[in-house]
Design a binder for this molecule. Sequence first.
Ligand SMILES: C[S@@+](CC[C@H](N)C(=O)[O-])C[C@H]1O[C@@H](n2cnc3c(N)ncnc32)[C@H](O)[C@@H]1O
Length: 328
Amino acid sequence: MESGSHDTLEGVLKQRIHGCVRRLAGWLEADVTGAARDLTAEREQRQRREAEQARLISELIAARDALEAERDQLKAHCQRIDRELAACVARATELERERNDLRIQLMPNDELSAKMRSEWDVRAAENALHYTNTAEKEWSLDEYFASGEANVREQISTDLANICQGDDPACMRVLEIGCGAGRITRALARMFGEVHGVDISGEMLRRARNHLAGCDNVFLHQTSGLDLSVVPPAAFDFAFSYIVFQHIPAKEVVENYIRDTGRLLKSGRLFKFQVQGYPAAGAEVADTWLGACFTAAEMHTIAERHGFELRHHHGEGTQDFWLWFFKR
Ligand SMILES: C[S@@+](CC[C@H](N)C(=O)[O-])C[C@H]1O[C@@H](n2cnc3c(N)ncnc32)[C@H](O)[C@@H]1O
């Protein structure tokens, strides 16, 4: 090949190559520019989406805050209503109690006596053993009388210094108010010389007579349920009453029993008894099951009024409110 034609070919090739490079560079530039445009558009779209999302989030936060404020207001309102409701219920209970007290106070004595007697007769006919000791629904007689022995051990054997005051129990005459079916009476009869039991319910006494058939030292009397006028005026050495006054709805009747026990007890001797001391118990309709409630202050006044010294008490504010009344 000649050198002149060689130069020409090289020039042509160079020109072609330059042309190709220029075209390639043009394409690349167009590609890069397009990609950059696409990226910018995409970024702008993402920014718009983010701005929209931020707007939605702040709207949701504002809505949530408003709902929370509303919820707090409603909560406070509900709490206020709950408080008002509780106050209304307490007031209604108080009024109910006052109404019951008034109804019992205004009830003529013979009506009250008939009500107490008929309701206790019904209980005796239905399940005397259960209603005189509700610890069991179906008592065996052995277990029933064992529960009376246990009460005597707890309330009497542990307290002989106050009760016997040095005397032989076998020589003492004892009064039991509300003897029921003879549950405690039988245990008393095994310990003391002579026991007098009184009860308002003929049905209870009928069962007590059967249960105590072999006890020659027991004498049973049916009271009006209002006082002890039925008991012969013998001088008693000790008087006792358990789970009886807690059922008597009229305070006046409990006081009558205390007054009459004072009349029957020898001087210096003890009347040990239990009353209802739990205030809410009287809130229900007075029905001869939930009795009138006493405080220690009331019992002090009653003791003084009827010639007793209230030397000791235990369990004020509870259903098992025990009192030691010594005859002056
Ligand atoms: C829960 S029972 C207890 C009987 C007995 N104290 C005992 O622990 O087994 C209550 C007794 O009190 C008598 N009772 C209720 N009200 C009375 C009243 N006003 N006067 C006399 N006894 C009454 C009932 O008839 C019943 O026998």
